[in-house]
Design a protein around this ligand. Structure first.
Ligand code: MEV
Length: 425
């Protein structure tokens, strides 16, 4: 009989890790933290936050098939929702037929804000701060010599006027800061605190808030992919019907904030999972994503989908991506450090490119399902497994119970418990 090489998902968890190590050409020890050995300890957690009582578990899976800027990438994703890892992997396979993902980033420039109040003459204060730009940039740069050594550092000072607010008009100073491979919050916030007294002096006003902006619209990540018609059709759906259905689905999100919120949530399923796996701050990226989606005054889709001259489906995603590969939990959490090793990203920019590609793939997975058979069918098997697990199924029972629930078209925990009790009688 012919023996078939088992696919990744058919392997045991330990064999999956061994295969990952082989594929990534890394020592198995480097990847063991992905399997929880060692895991983030309670002792480390105690240094990370206050009142720690333990650590919190979350499934960690690997999205496969990603070809990004010509490089094979194995993508670690921490997520509790079924279908996300499978959806990303499947869409990466479709994108690969069109050459994979092409991703870029702008410079890793973050924005820090100073709120300037009690300004008598806003025009004069603005001019005065801008006249001292060089001095202020030098002052800000002194605080973080390491970043400057790596080619980062303060880049620019911008002045903005807020004309109407509940407390009346006021000024805002932006410090634009290249944070290289860091997420950058600490560098920015420290620099702002250093600048504040001098800016107060120069402007003649009072500096109130000193904090980074999560609308990191100078630190953008972009990804695009082209899906040839040939790989779009399936079942009863013609390739053209799938392609056009995806574009119609996107148009809904482009025009309607109610749909755009859900559409973008699907993108963030992919984005957040990689951010979480790599120890980055997903709340920061979430905040930036949604603020960016509303940048023109109306909340809209973060992606666009259209047709190329040869009839292929083409998609792109652009969003702020404030992520780092140094500092914070990227180092203190062993799983995050292993995730970064597996990704083989040499810079924060490269990590941002991977994340944008995964976000785009995830959006495609959702739109393809929604535009064809609907989201529930693909979800059913996986949802049934979760319900089976929650009902207390163990070992072989999990798959058997999941199959039974799908067969009965009744994926409910009360029914799952009932079946388990009957089996165990
Ligand atoms: C579910 O987590 C995500 C989707 O709702 C995204 C979408 O509707 O585009 C399926």
């Amino acid at each position: 009989m012919e023996s078939k090489t088992p696919r990744f998902y058919e392997l045991s968890i330990s064999s999956r890790l061994e295969q990952l190590a082989r594929e990534a050409d890394l020592p198995l020890e480097d990847l063991l933290p992905l399997g929880g050995k060692p895991i983030l300890t309670t002792e480390t957690a105690d240094h990370m936050i206050e009142n720690a009582v333990g650590v919190y578990g979350m499934p960690l899976g690997i999205a496969r098939n990603f070809l990004i800027n010509g490089r094979e990438v194995l993508v670690p994703m921490a997520i509790e929702e079924p279908s996300v890892v499978a959806g990303a992997s499947f869409m990466a396979k479709l994108a690969r037929a069109g050459g994979g993902f092409v991703a870029t980033t702008t410079a890793p420039e973050m924005i820090g804000q100073l709120q300037l109040l009690d300004i008598a003459d806003p025009a004069a204060a603005k001019a005065s701060v801008l006249a001292h730009k060089q001095e202020l940039l030098e002052l800000a740069g002194k605080e973080h010599p390491t970043l400057s050594r790596f080619g980062g550092g303060p880049r620019d000072i911008e002045m903005r006027e807020i004309h109407t607010s509940p407390i009346g008009p006021f000024l805002v100073m932006h410090l634009v800061y290249d944070v290289r491979d860091a997420m950058g919050a600490n560098a920015i916030n420290t620099a702002l605190e250093v600048l504040a007294p001098r800016v107060a002096q120069i402007s003649g006003g009072r500096v109130h808030l000193r904090i980074l902006s999560n609308l990191a619209d100078k630190r953008l990540a972009r990804a695009e992919c082209t899906i040839p018609l040939a790989v779009l059709g399936f079942g009863e759906y013609t390739p053209e019907a799938v392609r056009d259905g995806i574009i119609e689905a996107w148009a809904f999100a482009a025009a309607d904030p109610y749909r755009a919120a859900t559409h973008n949530k699907g993108i963030m399923n992919g984005v957040d999972a990689v951010i979480l796996a790599t120890g980055n701050d997903w709340r920061a990226v979430e905040a930036g994503a949604h603020a960016y989606a509303a940048r023109d005054g109306r909340y809209t889709s973060l992606t666009t989908w259209g047709v190329t001259a040869d009839g292929s489906l083409k998609g792109s995603l652009e969003m702020p991506m404030a992520v780092g590969i140094v500092g914070g939990a990227t180092r203190s959490n062993p799983a995050a450090a292993a995730a970064i090793k597996l990704l083989k990203v040499a810079s924060a920019a490269e990590l941002a490119q991977v994340i944008a590609s995964v976000g785009l793939a995830q959006n495609l997975a959702a739109l393809r399902a929604l535009a064809t058979e609907g989201i529930q069918r693909g979800h059913m098997g996986l949802q049934a497994r979760q319900v089976a697990l929650a009902a207390g199924a163990a070992g072989d029972e999990v798959d058997r119970l999941a199959q039974q629930l799908v067969k009965e078209n009744n994926i409910r925990s009360d029914r799952a418990v009932q079946i388990l009790l009957e089996w165990r009688k």
